[in-house]
Ligand binder design. Structure first.
Ligand code: MF3
Ligand code: CO
Length: 266
């Protein structure tokens, strides 16, 4: 699909530019966070995001990507990822992954956060917290000299220790001038296997974790990915560069945290 089948390393200057694209995503997600409440239609959230990205000089990365029709992926409860915003409304107790991409100055930002709508069950809260923690464990493994398998292994072992399912059909990815570049960054794996991580790589790590079985299916719209058992799933994504000083996270949840009133580590 993409012309960059080789891993493309980025210069420090490029990494600075990518961080700006990522910041636009962060600001957009924080804007969307203000409207995550019971009764809000998904299309409304998508409109907020598209307007915000364009008002800030960017272009929504997802819109038109392989024919994708919207600016956000909004994935509610048993939708794992790639939910297309429609006229359905958020309900109290839902969990919703909002995934956003912004193209600015020739580079893409792309990351995601799972929100609670109103009051969610303890079971869902734990699923969200542990999925986010698995992302942080994956990030800690994203060190030059390690491999993509080390990242996957860190995510997988943590999540499976709680009996959760780790989705395997979809992975994280490299990112830069294209939204999806090499390498694939899967959420399962064996230490030392996969692609070697090198200074200058920019990647997205995005665990997709299910409360029940890891089995999924794709709906007839050819986008929406759901759990086969219809149990909920959580999805978080951060974007980072591999540097000689370790992982440099280019994305941030801090702006979202300011809206939600939560303490965010990254
Ligand atoms: N953030 C998603 C990913 O990392 C991209 C959504 S696919 C799109 O793969 F088609 F909606 F753009
Ligand atoms: Co991504």
């Amino acid at each position: 699909m993409n012309m960059f089948n080789k891993i493309r390393l980025k210069s420090e200057e490029e990494i600075e530019i990518i961080q700006k694209s990522s910041l636009l995503v962060g600001k957009t997600l924080a804007e969307v966070a203000k409207y995550i409440k019971p009764g809000v239609p998904l299309t409304y959230l998508d409109r907020i995001a598209e307007t915000f990205i364009r008002d800030n000089g960017g272009v929504p990365s997802f819109k038109g990507y392989n024919g994708y029709p919207a600016s956000l992926c909004i994935s509610v409860d048993d939708v794992v990822v790639h939910g297309i915003p429609d006229n359905s409304i958020l309900k109290d107790g839902d969990i919703v992954s909002v995934d956003c991409g912004a193209y600015l100055n020739g580079y893409h930002g792309d990351y995601a956060y799972t929100f609670a709508v109103g009051n969610v069950s303890e079971e869902k809260k734990l699923l969200m917290d542990r999925t986010k923690e698995s992302l942080y464990r994956g990030i800690n493994a994203a060190v030059a000299g390690n491999t993509t398998g080390d990242i996957g292994h860190a995510v997988q072992t943590y999540c499976e220790s709680f009996g959760y399912g780790v989705v395997r059909e979809l992975c994280g990815h490299g990112i830069g001038r294209n939204m999806h570049e090499k390498p694939d960054v899967c959420n399962y794996g064996k230490p030392g296997k996969g692609d070697l991580l090198r200074e200058g790589m920019v990647i997205c790590i995005e665990p997709m974790i299910t409360l029940g079985s890891r089995k999924i299916y794709c709906e007839r719209d050819e986008w929406t990915i759901r759990t086969l058992d219809h149990k909920p799933a959580a999805h978080y994504e951060h974007q980072l560069a591999i540097t000689k000083n370790g992982p440099r996270v280019l994305s941030t949840y801090k702006l979202i945290g300011e809206v939600l009133g939560t303490e965010e580590k990254l």
